[in-house]
Design a protein around this ligand. Structure first.
Ligand code: ADP
Ligand code: PLP
Ligand code: MG
Length: 289
C-alpha cells in the first residue's frame, strides 16, 4: 500500500466559512493527503465581509510549533509545505526558515507558495509589507508558485497586453527559481468573456486551460486557496504537473457548481466532497507555442 503523503499547510483559519486553511484542509484530506494545518491568523470570517475579529499568530510561534514536530521525530515525514494568506512579513520569513529546515530533514519536500497579496477592490485585505516579502524573498525559494493575475502583475510590475504577454510574464517568473508557475486566474485584453482561464508554465512548456465562467451575485472567496491545495495534493499523490493542473481545475469547478446551485456565498465544500474526489467534468489544457 502506498504511503499517505503529509502536507504542512501554513495559511489563515476562519471560524465561519471557507478561506485559507478552511478552504484547503478538508478537500486535501478528502483527496487522501494528511494535512498539518498551521494557522497564520484566526479570524472570525474572511476579510471580504469588510469586518472581522481575531488575531494574527505571533511569528515566533511558527518555528516553535515546527520544533515541537521535530522533537517528536516527525519532521522528516513532511512531504511538502504550502504557504498562503500571511498575517505579517515576519511570519513569511519564519516560513522560509521552516522550509529550509524541512528540506534538510527531507530533501524531496516541495514548497508551494500561493502569494496572497490582497485585492483592495474585492476587499481582500493583506498587510502591505507582505507583498514586498512575497515579491522579493518568497518567489526565489518556492518550487511552485500559484499567483492570480493581479499577483502576476505585481511580480512583473505591469499589466499584460495579451495572452502571449501573460505567458511571457509567467515564464519570467520561472527564471526566478520555481519549477512551475500556475496562474490561477488569467485576465488580459481580448479574453473571451464566457471563459475562466488558467495557465501552467514549466520547463516543459506552457498550457492554457479554459473552463466555463459561472455567474455569482457575489464572487466566492477561497477559490484560489482551494486551487493551490488541490493542485499540490494531486502532485503529492503522484500526478505530473499537467495532470494535477487539469484535476485541480475540474475539482474546483465542481465546488463552484455546487456553490452556485445552493445559492451560497461561502464555498459548499462539504456538499461537494464526492465531486472533489471524483470530478464529473474534465478540462483538457492546451499546449501553447
Ligand atoms: N468558473 C468560475 N466562474 C466564475 N467565477 C470564478 C470561477 N472560478 C473562479 N472564480 C472567481 O474568480 C475569482 C478569482 O479570484 P482571483 O483574485 O483572481 O484569485 P484568488 O481566488 O486567488 O483570489 C474569485 O473571485 C473566484 O470566486
Ligand atoms: C482570511 C483570508 N484568507 C485567505 C484569503 C484568500 O482567499 P482566495 O483564495 O480567494 O485568494 C482571504 C481573502 O479575502 C482571506 O480573507
Ligand atoms: Mg488568492
Amino acid at each position: 500500500m502506498s504511503r499517505t503523503p503529509h502536507l504542512l499547510s501554513i495559511q489563515s483559519h476562519v471560524v465561519f466559512g471557507h478561506a485559507g486553511n478552511r478552504a484547503a484542509v478538508f478537500p486535501v484530506e478528502r483527496l487522501g493527503v494528511n494535512v498539518w494545518p498551521l494557522n497564520t491568523v484566526q479570524f472570525s470570517n474572511h476579510t471580504q465581509y469588510a469586518q472581522w475579529t481575531g488575531e494574527v499568530l505571533p511569528p515566533n510561534q511558527i518555528p516553535t510549533l515546527v520544533e515541537g514536530i521535530a522533537a517528536i521525530g516527525e519532521l522528516g515525514n513532511c512531504d511538502a509545505v504550502l504557504s498562503g494568506y500571511l498575517g505579517s512579513a515576519a511570519q513569511g520569513r519564519e516560513i522560509l526558515e521552516v522550509v529550509a529546515r524541512i528540506k534538510r530533514a527531507n530533501p524531496r519536500a516541495l514548497y508551494l507558495c500561493d502569494p496572497v497579496m490582497g485585492h483592495p477592490e474585492k476587499g481582500c485585505i493583506v498587510a502591505p509589507e507582505v507583498s514586498t516579502f512575497l515579491l522579493e524573498e518568497a518567489a526565489a525559494v518556492a518550487d511552485l508558485l500559484c499567483p492570480n493575475q493581479l499577483e502576476l502583475n505585481s511580480f512583473a510590475g505591469r499589466r499584460p497586453t495579451s495572452l502571449e504577454d501573460c505567458v511571457g510574464m509567467a515564464r519570467a517568473l520561472l527564471a526566478r527559481g520555481p519549477k512551475a508557475v500556475l496562474v490561477k486566474h488569467l485576465d488580459y485584453p481580448g479574453r473571451a468573456a464566457e471563459n475562466f482561464e488558467m495557465l501552467l508554465a514549466s520547463a516543459e512548456g506552457t498550457w492554457l486551460l479554459r473552463r466555463p465562467l459561472l455567474a455569482f451575485p457575489r464572487q466566492p472567496v477561497g477559490v484560489g486557496d482551494l486551487t493551490s491545495g488541490v493542485f499540490l495534493a494531486r502532485l503529492l499523490l503522484g500526478d505530473d504537473l499537467l495532470g494535477a493542473f487539469e484535476f485541480s481545475a475540474a475539482a474546483v469547478h465542481e465546488v463552484l457548481l455546487e456553490t452556485q446551485a445552493c445559492g451560497s456565498y461561502e464555498l459548499e465544500l462539504v456538499r461537494a466532497q464526492d465531486r472533489i474526489a471524483h470530478p464529473r467534468v474534465k478540462f483538457e489544457a492546451r499546449r501553447l507555442g
